[in-house]
Unconditional design. Structure first.
Length: 278
């Protein structure tokens, strides 16, 4: 090749010759960056205390207030219960009609809101006597229910959470829940804790921790150690039931027809560090 042609090519393409190595370096780095996304931490429950839980109670919704549990049960005779923490004794019971299946439960402004599964009904009771105050209709199934102090938050078995007006039970917004693999389906029992929504995943023994602003799963709770204790008693049902005592900073977990209710703290399975809610 003539010398003048070589010089011409170098002059014409010299800007690209300096940029191309940088572009190649960046391209080689892209797979590494995509792989190095933040890992979603997994937590294991460390048992602090155990309490008796009625094996006839197929837990669908669970809350605690003033050292007393309120529980919504399904399967068989669906009920709304007030339960003494220390003894597991049922203090007050309201049974739903036979054709209704009780689901999620939350306490808001001293009123108890109870979902039903497929009937499209939501019942509102006074907390003290379980007197029926209101009845709402919903166009979806009812699974889990909690609140963030302003709105009620409902799951219906899909990957979408619905934020509801507590006065009308009309949807005001919704939140798509996703993890590193995509949409998270079968979201069941819910509990709101300091900006996070904890959710049992139906037919698993896992709880996901959802950022209530973004819908992103930011943590997982593996309940295998609790399940193993329950299975030793011949009970093979899944975990379902999350209650947080905000006053005393205590977390309680149980399952459908489990014989025990557990007070736990969460421990990071990699670091061994105890999770702090506040």
């Amino acid at each position: 090749m003539p010398t003048f042609l070589v010089i011409h090519i170098v002059k014409r393409y010299s800007p690209y010759l300096t940029v191309l190595p940088l572009m190649l370096f960046m391209a080689l780095q892209l797979p590494a960056e995509s792989v190095s996304q933040d890992k979603i931490p997994t937590y294991s429950p460390r048992i602090i205390n155990t309490y008796r839980h009625d094996t006839d109670s197929s837990t669908q919704g669970l809350i605690i207030a003033d050292e007393v549990f309120y529980e919504s049960t399904g399967l068989g005779t669906s009920s709304l219960l007030r339960v003494e923490l220390q003894s597991g004794k049922i203090l007050l019971r309201h049974d739903l009609p036979d054709k209704l299946f009780g689901e999620g439960l939350t306490l808001f402004n001293n009123k108890l809101y109870q979902l039903t599964w497929k009937a499209g009904k939501v019942f509102v009771y006074d907390r003290e006597h379980f007197n029926l105050l209101h009845e709402f209709s919903i166009p979806t199934e009812g699974w889990g229910l909690t609140n963030d102090g302003k709105r009620l938050i409902m799951s219906d078995g899909t990957s979408v959470l619905r934020f509801m007006d507590p006065d009308t039970f009309q949807k005001v917004s919704q939140l798509a829940v996703k993890d590193e693999k995509g949409p998270v389906k079968n979201i069941n029992e819910l509990e709101y804790i300091h900006g996070l929504i904890l959710a049992n995943i139906y037919l698993t023994n896992e709880i996901v921790m959802i950022d209530s602003e973004t819908g992103k799963v930011v943590g997982r709770i593996d309940l295998q150690n609790l399940v193993e204790l329950i299975r030793k008693q011949g009970i093979n049902t899944h975990a379902n039931g999350i209650a947080y005592d905000q006053v005393n900073d205590r977390l309680y977990l149980t399952g459908k027809g489990w014989s025990l209710l557990f007070e736990v703290e969460l421990v990071d399975t990699d670091s061994g560090i105890t999770y702090q809610w506040q």
